[in-house]
Design a protein around this ligand. Structure first.
Ligand SMILES: [Zn+2]
Length: 266
């Protein structure tokens, strides 16, 4: 199994990072993809990746990006007039390193605040340009910003952009629009929630465009909902997909692993 989205470098894991990775390995996870959030967390991400470097049972892969929810906090730190240049410099420092397998996480989030809409979009545009120039997949976050996000993908898609709409929880139409624009959809714990409506949408989508993710430490799947999430919980999501598509867990694993491996060149 491949957990395509896990923030295991956050302080939530500082007490038990080694045993958490061990539990993931025991559950059959072979790759954990780590989307960056902000400059502060990158040092921790690098350290975890480096410490795990000799481990041939489970691979940890960093990405580089500024989370849309961090845009408003990062701007004052970098300075109102210089933040765009600083962001570009920071992204460029990591983006072409071989072990950085993707650009993200970026995207739009209008749920917490719409005050920085313009800046979020500018940041997203920069991530798209970078993904094109280094030819790596981009990882997108969306919350109450679907219309703008789909427009941004369409605007940037020149035939070379690939990536994932992570933690997908939109409608069937929205999912298919993203797929038609060359994107994959990341399916996480929300698919296991009763009444979320996501399961009904997911079962209609083409399975070869779906990849699995936990979004650790957030969004723990049922029956662990509300607890800290970790990559070892990915199996609950895989099992749910098996039910939705009437496939065995092994078949789901084979398909989603293949898709993730090819998307992220693992
Ligand atoms: Zn995330």
């Amino acid at each position: 199994m491949i957990d395509t989205h896990a923030h295991i470098f956050l302080p939530d894991f500082s007490e038990d990072v080694a045993s958490m990775i061990e539990r993931a390995k025991e559950q059959g996870i072979r790759h954990i993809l780590m989307p960056a959030i902000n400059p502060e967390s990158v040092a921790q991400m690098e350290m975890i990746a480096e410490r795990n470097a000799g481990n041939n049972d489970i691979y940890l892969h960093p990405m580089i990006g500024l989370h849309p929810c961090d845009v408003h906090e990062q701007i004052p730190m970098w300075g109102e007039h210089r933040w765009a240049q600083k962001l570009e410099n920071w992204l460029n420092e990591y983006a072409s390193l071989d072990h950085y397998i993707g650009i993200g996480e970026t995207g739009l989030d209008y749920y917490w605040s719409t005050e920085y809409k313009k800046e979020q979009m500018l940041s997203l545009d920069m991530h798209f340009e970078l993904a094109k120039s280094v030819n790596k997949p981009i990882v997108l976050h969306n919350r109450e910003s679907t219309h703008d996000l789909l427009k941004a993908i369409a605007r940037h898609q020149n035939g070379s952009i690939k990536g994932v709409w992570h933690c997908f929880n939109g409608t069937y139409e929205e999912g298919m629009q993203a797929i038609d624009l060359g994107f994959h959809l990341g399916i996480g714990g929300v698919v296991t929630f009763k009444n979320a409506g996501v399961a009904e949408v997911v079962r209609q989508l083409p399975i070869d465009k779906l990849i699995l993710e936990t979004d650790s430490p957030y969004l723990s799947p049922t029956p662990l909902r509300g607890k800290r999430n970790e990559p070892a919980h990915l199996a609950f999501i895989q099992k749910k997909l098996g039910e939705l598509f009437e496939l065995s867990q092994e078949e789901v694993e084979e398909q989603t692993d293949l898709t993730a491996t090819s998307l992220f060149s693992l």
